[in-house]
Every structure is written in structure tokens, then in C-alpha cells.
Design a protein around this ligand. Structure first.
Ligand SMILES: [Zn+2]
Ligand SMILES: [Zn+2]
Length: 256
């Protein structure tokens, strides 16, 4: 069995396609998926999916790529995270690629999420794009080690992966690792031990090869696992077992 540790199946791209999506999960033996919230406005939809389907989990958080949403407080996040199907705080983090200019608000929002995660004892889902040094520094400064979490859709360097693992974080690979030109990321995936690895789709975007450019969905996480097995020259089952076990170990609120 496989788990998609990060998807956005509430996004409009997948609206009306839920039945087909769940069928492909079954076909590809993807037993669970974590649907990740990006704003408090979309959170009720995310929570609704987790309430409707036993094998779908939810997170609560405000993504760094949304500059114009209301300021979120630690108390709000902790309150919403009290729901039994909400197993993580995020996604949160820093994105210096998509958003430019004065970004102190992004760093403040990130700190709020880490404090909320510590406040409710749930792990963090970290989005880190072109912002390695600041992301790792803030994780350290705010004591994120206490709750741990995952560096989702990882595209950083091996040094950044190592620093995150030293802080107790897992490294999650998406369909990007299947792209032909992602040579340095493939090298990082070879080096990250299976014991610290998760896999994800980040759907509806970033569909893995051979579906690149098409609509992505949780069932396609199988192709990420296949690529990891190829890169590490280990059996597919070993990747499936390790990443599934890591998911349930990290997200203690989830039941296998
Ligand atoms: Zn992200
Ligand atoms: Zn995401």
C-alpha cells in the first residue's frame, strides 16, 4: 500500500472528478491521502472531505503564496486543529520564488504556524522554495524539532535535506523527481534514507512522468514510488512499505 502525503483534491481542477479519483487510488493501491489546506477559507472543504472519507485526512494552515488573506492567529489554528481528522499544521513556510518584495509577513505567518504546532502537538507541513537558509533558521529558532514534520515537495539541496533531517523532519518527494531534467533532485533522492522519506503528488499540479502536464491526482503517487525504487535500486515494495510506515509514524493522528 502507498500513501499520498500531500494533495489538494479540494481544488477546482478536481471538482466533479472525485469518484474517478478514488477509483484510481484503489486501482493503484494508494490506501490514504492527506488533503492539505492553503487558506482558512478553503479549510471547511478540506475538513469536509476528511469527514466524508475515512481514508482522507486533513491539515490546517495558510500557505505562504497567499499575501492578501487575513492574519491568522495561533489560537485559530489550534482551535481548528482540534478536529480528530486534522493531523497536521500547514502548509506553511517560505516562498521567495513566487512572492517578491518585503516578506516579513511571510516569516511572521510561518512563526505563528510553528507556535501553533507546538501548542497542539501536531507535526508541520513545510513549503520551502528558494528560501532554504531562512526556513531552516526559523524552524530552529522556533523549536520546531519538538513536533517535527515534513519538507514537502522537496526541491532543495542535499545540505538542506540533511539540515532538515537533523531537525527531525522527513523529506517528501513529488512527481518532480520523475522529470528527466531533475538530475540534482534525483541525486538527493538517492541519498535521503528510506527511513526519512515520504512521497506525495501535490495534485492537481506536477503530475509525474508519464503523465507530465496532465491533471495530477493521488493515485499517481505510485509513479513517484517507482522512480524512487529505480533511483535507489531497491524493490518497489520496500519503498512502499517504508514511506507508508513513515507517514503513520509522523502523523500520529492518522490510523493505518
Ligand atoms: Zn507547497
Ligand atoms: Zn501543496
Amino acid at each position: 500500500m502507498l500513501v499520498d502525503s500531500h494533495c489538494h483534491i479540494n481544488f477546482p481542477e478536481l471538482a466533479g472528478k472525485l469518484d474517478d479519483m478514488l477509483a484510481l487510488m484503489r486501482e493503484n493501491q494508494v490506501s490514504h491521502a492527506l488533503c492539505v489546506s492553503v487558506t482558512l477559507e478553503d479549510f471547511p472543504q478540506v475538513r469536509g472531505l476528511a469527514e466524508r472519507y475515512a481514508h482522507i485526512y486533513a491539515s490546517v494552515g495558510v500557505h505562504p503564496d497567499y499575501p492578501d488573506v487575513p492574519v491568522v492567529t495561533e489560537e485559530e489554528l489550534i482551535g481548528l486543529a482540534a478536529h480528530p481528522k486534522v493531523i497536521a499544521i500547514g502548509e506553511t513556510g517560505l516562498d521567495y520564488y513566487r512572492i517578491k518584495g518585503e516578506l516579513e509577513w511571510q516569516r511572521e505567518r510561518f512563526r505563528t504556524h510553528i507556535r501553533a504546532a507546538r501548542g497542539c502537538g501536531k507535526p508541520l507541513i513545510i513549503h520551502m522554495r528558494d528560501a532554504g537558509p531562512d526556513t531552516l533558521r526559523i524552524l530552529r529558532e522556533e523549536g520546531a524539532r519538538e513536533v517535527g514534520g515534513v519538507m514537502h515537495c522537496f526541491t532543495g539541496t542535499w545540505d538542506e535535506a540533511q539540515a532538515a533531517m537533523e531537525l527531525g523532519f522527513c523529506i517528501s518527494f513529488s512527481g518532480i523527481v520523475t522529470f528527466k531534467n531533475a538530475l540534482s533532485l534525483k541525486e538527493v533522492a538517492r541519498q535521503v534514507p528510506l527511513e526519512r522519506m515520504l512521497i506525495e503528488t501535490d495534485s492537481p499540479y506536477l503530475a509525474p512522468v508519464p503523465f507530465r502536464g496532465k491533471l495530477n491526482q493521488p493515485g499517481l503517487v505510485r509513479h513517484v514510488a517507482e522512480e524512487i525504487a529505480r533511483l535507489k535500486t531497491v524493490p518497489f515494495d520496500q519503498v512502499a512499505q517504508a514511506t507508508t510506515r513513515n507517514f503513520f509514524e509522523l502523523f500520529k493522528g492518522a490510523r493505518a
